[in-house]
Write a protein that binds this ligand. Structure first.
Ligand code: GLY
Ligand code: MN
Ligand code: MN
Length: 442
């Protein structure tokens, strides 16, 4: 926790520089897309159907890109070239809910803050000219120029190159996530249920579900084969042999996204986990500027195929395993994605400000990142190897069924699957592995 406190100090020290960089990036995008002002709405709470309770509030990420304000619906930011950004800070008189606290100088000093008591007062602050509106708040529905692609693509591309402040936030989010992961692993080793493990994770992070960057995946044994397993069984298996956890944390809305897989005992599955760990580390080390992420993804397929061949799970060599599409039966998702304010961060597929898409490699429909890596990108590296019944059954009913050693599959299927996921900062030189660094420091 001490490291986290120090990290938060570092975060604050970098904030002024972040706002300066944001202003410069936005001014460039606004000039190119020809806007005089951009109005960014934090968002409005959504009410569930026929009810008066709200869904968990997820703010507009373009608002969060400026401000560490995660519980601030109805606030609005107005950005103009050459002007300090104006923040309409919504702080209602509300005796049903606790209103936001007063603005804190460490962030507020960089804005012209106007306290807003009623939603919509911000309209008075919109300058005359051509303005764009960003967000999905119902209040924006009357505006013509909402979320214009020419502006959004430019802002999204800018978001792929993180500022020092953003990377520091992600270091802190990684340290918190790792603290939670260690508590989760201990609860698995103690024989806890998925529910118990999830509660231990939340407690270690001093958070609740709404504070997580995405719903945690907490999977014992066969559940590890469900890629986005969403249940949390209250019943502990008699003796779970495998544990896959994909869960993160946040710092000022910046995410970590971490997956670890544990085998309880020595043996074949533990050997596979170890082999996947070696492969994953190699891929992380290759996550350098100038690399086409699609190549990394295909390299991961080659690596998984080798592991399958070495373990005798397939009856052919790695090249055949890839060429026939068999590697995708065991590894049916992409290698990873950009990460930042969103776990699956924006702009992973676009070539340039036109929004033209960079195609995925044929046969890899779920890859979320097809760009060439640049310094300042933060990406995940998350190869997997799973025993997924439905995909295996499909293969078994096809012409190449003999390429699989079905006895080995049957023996390993009770362990579910393996995924190992780190968050990596791309630099001109050696990549910074936020996740491994956090585990090493823990
Ligand atoms: N946790 C979702 C993902 O790894 O992409
Ligand atoms: Mn991920
Ligand atoms: Mn993940």
């Amino acid at each position: 926790m001490e490291g986290e406190a120090a990290g938060l100090e570092a975060v604050r020290a970098l904030y002024a520089d972040h706002v300066t960089r944001q202003q410069a990036a936005w001014e460039e995008a606004m000039a190119e897309a020809q806007y005089d002002a951009v109005v960014v709405h934090a968002g409005s709470p959504l009410v569930s159907f026929l009810d008066d309770y709200h869904y968990a509030f997820r703010p507009n990420p373009h608002f969060l890109a400026w401000l560490p304000l995660t519980h601030h619906p109805e606030s609005v930011l107005i950005v103009r070239p050459g002007h300090k950004p104006v923040l309409y800070y919504y702080q209602p008189d509300d005796y049903w809910h606790l209103p936001p606290t007063d603005p804190e100088p460490w962030w507020a000093d960089h804005f012209e803050v106007r306290i807003e008591r009623e939603p919509g007062e911000w309209h008075q602050g919109v300058p005359v000219g051509r303005e764009a509106y960003l967000g999905d708040a119902p209040e924006l529905e009357a505006e013509d120029d909402r979320n214009p692609p020419a502006l959004l693509h430019r802002l999204h591309l800018a978001r792929t190159r993180k500022t020092p402040y953003e990377i520091e936030c992600m270091r802190v989010a990684s340290r918190i996530g790792v603290r939670c992961h260690r508590a989760a692993e201990a609860t698995f080793r103690d024989g806890g249920s998925e529910y118990d493990i999830h509660q231990a994770y939340l407690a270690a992070g001093r958070t609740d579900d709404a504070g997580l960057p995405y719903p945690s995946i907490v999977a014992l044994d066969r559940h590890g084969a469900v890629l986005h397993y969403q249940e949390r069984s209250r019943r502990a298996p008699e003796r779970a042999g495998a544990f896959l956890i994909d869960a993160g944390a946040t710092c000022h809305a910046y995410c970590s996204d971490i997956t670890r897989t544990y085998a309880r005992d020595e043996g074949e599955f533990a050997g596979l986990v170890e082999a996947m760990d070696v492969l994953q580390r190699k891929l992380c080390a290759a996550t350098v500027a100038g690399t086409d992420y699609r190549e990394l993804h295909l390299r991961a397929h080659g690596g998984v195929a080798e592991i399958l061949a070495d373990a005798g799970i397939v009856n052919c060599d790695a090249a055949t395993t890839v060429a026939t599409g068999l590697s995708s039966v065991f590894y049916p998702h992409g290698l990873g994605h950009y990460i930042g304010l969103q776990t699956h961060d924006v702009a992973g597929l676009i070539a340039d400000a036109s929004g033209r898409e960079i195609p995925r490699p044929t046969g890899h429909p779920f890859l979320r990142l097809t760009r060439t890596l640049e310094a300042g990108n933060v990406v995940t590296i998350e190869p997997g190897l799973y025993f997924i019944d439905s995909l295996l059954e499909q293969w078994r009913s096809g012409p190449r069924r003999d390429l699989v050693n079905w006895d080995r599959v049957e023996a390993l299927a009770p362990f579910g699957g393996i995924r190992i996921e780190d968050d990596v900062v791309v630099t001109e030189g050696k990549p910074e592995n936020l996740t491994r660094d956090a585990f090493a420091a823990a």
